[in-house]
Ligand binder design. Structure first.
Ligand code: KIV
Length: 262
C-alpha cells in the first residue's frame, strides 16, 4: 500500500497562489486514467493534468490536433475518480474554444466531468476567452511558448523567445493571461532566462516544460518520466527511467512461464 504524501487538503487555485507567494515549487504530472491518477494523487503530486498529450501517448496519434472533447472527457472522468487531493486540470482540445460561447460550453462540460480548471493554449489573443470562462466561475490555466495544437502551422517543436520581439510578446502574453484571470501558466520550450523573467513578472505560478529550472513549477508527461513510451522522448527530459524495459522483461518471464521454458 502506498503511503499518501499529500497534506490531506484538496489543492485549490488559492493554494497555487499561496505556494507562489511562499516560493514553494509545484511539481506537476499528466494523468489520463484512474490508476495513474490515483497513484500520483496518493504520492502527493499537487497538480495533475489530463493533457491532450494523451493523443500521442495513449491514443497513438501523431500530434494533439486529432484529440476531441469526447476523448478528453472520457479520460478526465476516469482520472477524476482517482483524485481526492490534487488540483485536476483538463485540456480544452484543438478547435474546442474558437469562440467565447464554444469555450464556455466546453469548459462547463469539463468542469462537470470533474476538472478543477481547464487549460487552453495561446497568449493575449486568448485573454478574452479566459475572461469569458472565468466569468462562469471556472478556473483557467494558460499555456504559452511552443503551442502543440499549432504544430502543423509551426512545422515542429521550436524553442521560443530567442528573438527580442518574441521575448516582448511572450512577456505581454503572460501578463495579459494573468490580468484575464488565469490561475497558473504553463510555459513550454521558452528560453530559460525569459522563463525566469516571466516567472518574476507575474503573480501566478508558472509551470515550465523544457523552459529551465527557474519556473515556479515543472510539468512532465508522465510516460516521459517513467519511460513507458520509449518510441519518443523530448530532448529536455532528464529522466532515464525505463519502465518499458521492466514491463517487457516481466512479460517475457510470464510467457516463458506459460510456455514452460524456465
Ligand atoms: O498535453 C499536455 O500534456 C501538456 C503538457 C505538455 C504541458 O499540455
Amino acid at each position: 500500500m502506498i503511503q499518501s504524501a499529500h497534506s490531506g487538503h484538496k489543492i485549490s487555485a488559492a493554494t497555487l497562489s499561496q505556494w507562489k507567494a511562499e516560493g514553494r515549487k509545484l511539481p506537476t504530472l499528466t494523468a489520463y486514467d484512474y490508476p495513474t491518477a490515483r497513484l500520483l494523487d496518493e504520492a502527493g503530486v499537487p497538480l495533475l493534468l489530463v493533457g491532450d498529450s494523451l493523443g500521442m501517448v495513449v491514443l497513438g496519434f501523431k500530434d494533439t490536433t486529432q484529440v476531441t472533447m469526447d476523448h478528453i472527457e472520457h479520460h478526465l472522468r476516469a482520472a477524476a475518480r482517482g483524485v481526492t487531493h490534487a488540483f485536476l486540470v483538463a485540456d480544452l482540445p484543438f478547435e474546442s474554444y474558437e469562440t467565447d460561447a464554444q469555450a464556455i460550453a466546453n469548459a462547463r462540460r469539463l468542469a462537470d466531468a470533474g476538472a478543477d480548471a481547464v487549460k487552453l493554449e495561446g497568449g493575449s489573443d486568448m485573454a478574452p476567452r479566459v475572461q469569458a470562462i472565468r466569468a462562469q466561475g471556472i478556473e483557467v490555466v494558460g499555456h504559452i511558448g511552443m503551442l502543440p495544437q499549432h504544430i502543423r502551422e509551426e512545422g515542429g517543436y521550436r524553442i521560443k523567445g530567442r528573438l527580442e520581439a518574441e521575448r516582448a510578446r511572450l512577456l505581454g502574453d503572460a501578463r495579459a493571461l494573468e490580468a484575464a484571470g488565469a490561475c497558473a501558466l504553463v510555459m513550454e520550450l521558452v528560453v530559460p532566462d525569459l522563463a525566469a523573467e516571466i516567472s518574476r513578472a507575474v503573480g501566478i505560478p508558472t509551470i515550465g516544460i523544457g523552459s529551465g529550472d527557474a519556473c515556479d513549477g515543472q510539468i512532465l508527461v508522465t510516460t516521459d518520466l517513467l519511460g513507458t513510451f520509449p518510441w519518443f522522448k523530448p530532448k529536455f527530459v532528464k529522466s532515464n527511467h525505463n519502465l518499458a524495459a521492466a514491463m517487457s522483461a516481466i512479460v517475457q518471464e510470464y510467457m516463458a512461464g506459460v510456455q514452460g521454458k524456465h
